[in-house]
Write a protein that binds this ligand. Sequence first.
Ligand code: HEM
Length: 504
Amino acid sequence: MSDETKHNKLTTASGRIYVENENSKTVGPRGPILLEDYILHEKMAHFNRERIPERVVHAKGSGAFGTFTVTHDITQYTKAKIFNKVGKKTEMFARFSTVGGEKGSADTERDPRGFSLKFYTEDGNWDLVGNNTPVFFVKDAKKFGDFIHTQKRDPFTNMKSPTMMWDFWSLNPESLHQVLILMSDRGTPDGYRHMNGYGSHTFSLINSKNEKTFVKFHFKTAQGIKNFTDAEASAMKAKDMDYAQRDLLESIENGDCPKWNLRIQLMTEEQSRKVEFNPFDLTKVWPHSLFPLIDVGVMELNRNPDNYFQDVEQAAFAPAHVVDGIGYSPDKMLQGRLLSYPDAHRHRLGGNYEQIPVNRCPYAVNNYQRDGQMRIDGNGGRKPNYFPNSFDNIEIDESYREPSEQLESTIADWYDRNSKVGDNDHYSQPRALFRDVMSEEEQTNTINNTIGAMSGISGPMREVIVNRQLCHWFRMDNEFGSRVAEGLGVDVNAMMESMNVIHD
Ligand code: HEM
């Protein structure tokens, strides 16, 4: 279209220039509206369709564009193009979020924070959809929906329910590690710039010789960790519901661009068979003493999206989106998530969601997918829509073939996720975190936050739930258990007796 035909006059969606944007066409100044005022219909109809389903989790979030730069060579472990030379820069997009609240909820709720990244690499978009914590509450994807229900609203009261939360956690000791982190001040980060991000799951790196190394991704904040205390976070809820959004947006607008340093932990396949814990269990970390952090690069966020809905609300991140040189692992949570996210995106954004600019691969996309609602990329034009064919030039490049995998077993079954040695220890890692990593002040805050959170347990099962959870805290650390019990006014001796009665 030539520039002469462009103008800035008010138009309908189809480009008709019109004048009356405030008064409807009526029969006489006070009479009924005429059906023919279709501009009124168009305005109302489009307004009615403005909302799309909010994300079923992580609904409240903030996003920004940025750049990832490689600072250290890891090409011996991976052939992924994003890491192929020191100094290499890759455009990217990040979205941070809370988990349990709705799109209008407060940014400073006690909750894990989502840490989603999309790297626009030459070999396709690589998404890393992690949290600000290295572990998670459950270790099998089948349990995710049940867990999330306890974080959302009670079906009867339509209110958040500490009773549901602690009932679930106390019945699922595998959640203890993540619950401890959630109860610490890391559960209330001071905005999004002052927290780390973790890929959380074990992934794999594949090098040019097709050798595999397992990997964990860590994005360490260059701004330093900063958290709110429980009281500060609660006060901020009343003062500024959008605290984290404002903080991220304004700092980037002011040219104060936040950075994170990417570091990785590596584990060979042989080591993965020998370590005492299950390295594919998302409730466990890989101890840094055994698997030290290795520097890789730096991510900087430097551009705010011009339109929140277009780029942040419509962003779609999927753990399934890996690229050549990066692979999955047998982590049961990761395996479930591979399926879940694209399914959620098709529901939330439609079948052609990969064409939305923030989700679109800016490099080549060549395949035989056609049609569907809102197809706007040319739809393959005159090219064939079937494979194989004698007409187009789309080629299969065998150098991208993924290496075959040696699996551990040939017997399919519903294995108990906690039955094996190394899978059933829910206490050692949280104990080490509490005793060896937290400062005295952090320990005290974590205990007080736990007392505050558990005080919300109510109803006829209160005592059972409190006592069951206290048993887990005691098994983790005696002092933690005693101080929480004392804070809740629980007589520990009587409790032990009553637990014995229950077990009898
Ligand atoms: C099997 C377990 C899980 C399932 C089934 C699941 C499912 C989902 C779904 C359906 C969404 C909404 C996606 C959308 O509408 O765009 C979502 C969002 C998200 N999930 Fe999960 N999730 C699981 C576990 C996890 C874990 C373990 C993490 C982090 C380590 C995580 C991090 C996120 C993040 C960061 C988002 C927000 C993505 C964004 O910014 O758009 N989820 N999850």
